[in-house]
Design a binder for this molecule. Structure first.
Ligand code: CA
Length: 245
């Protein structure tokens, strides 16, 4: 039944808990990815350098070393995308992992739809990066929200939203990384350059104004969600949680 054609994306799963490792492997395999597994950091590095996977799913709590050290090691000379698996309480680990160069994280426990959405979002953005001739879309659409990058115009249900330049830059940045969480530090660097003590407050104020202008009521998370203690994520159209968040 296995299609061993070499056109499949290869995903390396590094996780020491057997239950989670086989759960993830089974889902990926059923969705036509080729799965490689490792249960320690050192085995992960070995498989990584031997098989050159397209994507790595990495547990942070490994028996022989911290998953963060794996990210550091891989990022010395590779841009292979990494999705981190992290415990619910591990906000600081998530921030550190993302700032070290991990592309995204999934909080345990997680479901099939979420895992596949994250994997697809990463593989799609890699595909666009590696095919620079096929220029990315100049218009971003998420349900009734639309962003035209050429005219810098944002509309909701056809109604134009008047954003300041900074607000537009934040929305555009998040949309260009849709499906992926950007840490507060990463957003601040891209929008204002180096961070100062007031930066987070400045970002929060801008974000509150953006939410208001987009017509979001407090607690509503259409389009953009605040991953508490970590950063902001704009949903991707195919993200299952974007519909009823
Ligand atoms: Ca673990």
């Amino acid at each position: 039944m296995a299609n061993t054609g070499n056109n499949k994306y290869k995903i390396l799963v590094i996780e020491d808990e057997l239950n989670i490792r086989s759960f993830v492997s089974t889902i990926l395999d059923a969705n036509h990815y080729q799965v490689l597994t490792a249960d320690t950091c050192s085995q992960g590095l070995l498989v990584f350098s031997s098989y050159v996977p397209d994507l790595i799913i990495l547990d942070l709590g490994l028996p022989d070393a911290d998953g963060l050290s794996f990210i550091r090691h891989v990022r010395l000379n590779s841009t292979t995308p990494i999705i981190v698996l992290s415990a619910r309480s591990g906000e600081q680990d998530k921030v550190t992992a993302l700032d070290l160069g991990a592309n995204d994280y999934i909080t345990k426990p997680f479901g099939t739809a979420e895992l596949l959405a994250r994997v697809r979002a990463i593989i799609r953005s890699r595909h666009q990066l590696s095919h620079p001739g096929t220029e990315g879309p100049r218009v971003f659409v998420l349900h009734d929200l639309s962003i035209d990058y050429d005219s810098r115009q944002v509309t909701v249900s056809g109604r134009e939203i008047h954003l300041t330049q900074t607000e537009y830059n934040i929305v555009a940045l998040l949309s260009q990384h849709a499906g992926k969480v950007l840490t507060y530090t990463a957003i601040i660097r891209r929008i204002w350059g180096e961070a100062d003590p007031g930066s987070i407050k400045k970002l929060q104020v801008n974000m509150a104004n953006i939410r208001k202008k987009l017509g979001l009521k407090p607690g509503e998370n259409h389009y953009i969600t605040n991953e508490l203690g970590v950063g902001y994520r704009m949903y991707h159209t195919e993200d299952p949680s974007s519909m009823h968040a």
